[in-house]
Design a protein around this ligand. Structure first.
Ligand SMILES: Nc1ncnc2c1ncn2[C@@H]1O[C@H](COP(=O)(O)OP(=O)(O)O)[C@@H](O)[C@H]1O
Ligand SMILES: [Mg+2]
Length: 256
């Protein structure tokens, strides 16, 4: 059986190959996008006498634009997963991270009629974290909550708190819930039940949260809704743990 280091190495190699491939696909995809855009413009300037025929051609060219755009988004998301940016750890306030992320999504969600309720812990919740990555994780969770909505109005509740010194954030929705059979799959790479899903959202969330020494719990009832919580180590614990880990890597390899 391969040891953990061997497996990790192989996964890292695989990640490198996959992201190399993703980069290779990106350039031709870009030219496809530009070409379909040009094509759409050219078709648009054809004489009106072509009537319906012109509209058909235009619609095909526009579909190509949309499809290539979607593939490009998928690649971007995948690359973020395969080659996560180096963490930039700062002392941050989890409440602030939550508020910033909500502000970013507010308009879009508001347009879709989402009713938010936000209950933030009264004091600041200090964490030692890469705030950009945490915002990304939170955003993925919030998007899932919105996409799961099947009630009127869709409701999303966001709460933060602290338990045993560990700051946490929870996103609950009143959406369709996760069927028991899917529950073990949702963190798997490419697992999706949505037509235009990528199955990358939750694996990214897990990667980020784990990377921060955090934990995720999911509670869901089919037809009633889902709550996803992640907790992080306190600023103190995180600093001690990471300095400990950094020290470890400096130790010489064990030789038998
Ligand atoms: N809040 C939620 N409510 C219901 N199902 C969810 C929720 N969050 C995640 N899921 C399920 O987990 C799957 C994987 O989510 P994710 O990794 O973000 O990929 P994607 O959103 O692209 O499908 C979703 O397709 C969905 O089936
Ligand atoms: Mg998602």
């Amino acid at each position: 059986m391969p040891n953990a280091t061997g497996t990790r190495k192989r996964l890292a190699d695989l990640g490198a190959v996959a992201s190399g491939l993703a980069h290779e696909i990106r350039n031709p995809l870009n030219s496809l996008y530009i070409n379909s855009q040009l094509l759409a413009e050219m078709i648009q300037s054809l004489p009106d006498s072509l009537g319906e025929r012109r509209e058909e051609m235009l619609s095909l060219a526009r579909t190509d634009m949309k499809v290539t755009q979607r593939l490009n988004d998928l690649l971007t998301e995948f690359l973020r997963f395969a080659r996560p940016a180096a963490k930039e750890l700062v002392v941050a306030d989890l409440n602030r991270i939550v508020a910033d992320t909500l502000r970013f999504l507010e308009v879009d969600f508001g347009r879709r009629g989402v009713v938010f309720s936000v209950r933030l812990h009264p004091g600041p919740l200090q964490v030692f974290a890469d705030d950009k990555q945490l915002k990304q994780a939170l955003m993925n969770v919030l998007l899932n909550a919105e996409e799961a909505s099947d009630k009127h109005p869709p409701r999303i509740a966001v709460e933060t708190g602290i338990r045993r010194g560990r700051p946490w954030v929870r996103v609950s929705d009143n959406g369709r819930g996760i069927p028991a059979a899917d529950r073990r799959q949702i963190f798997k790479l490419f697992f999706t039940t949505r037509r235009s899903g990528s199955g990358l959202g939750l694996p990214i969330v897990r990667q980020i949260v784990r990377d921060h020494g955090g934990r995720i719990t999911v509670r869901s009832r089919e037809g009633a809704g889902t709550a996803l919580t992640f907790s992080l180590p306190s600023e103190e614990t995180f600093k001690t743990a990471t300095s400990h880990a950094a020290g470890k890597t400096l130790l010489p390899e064990r030789v038998k």
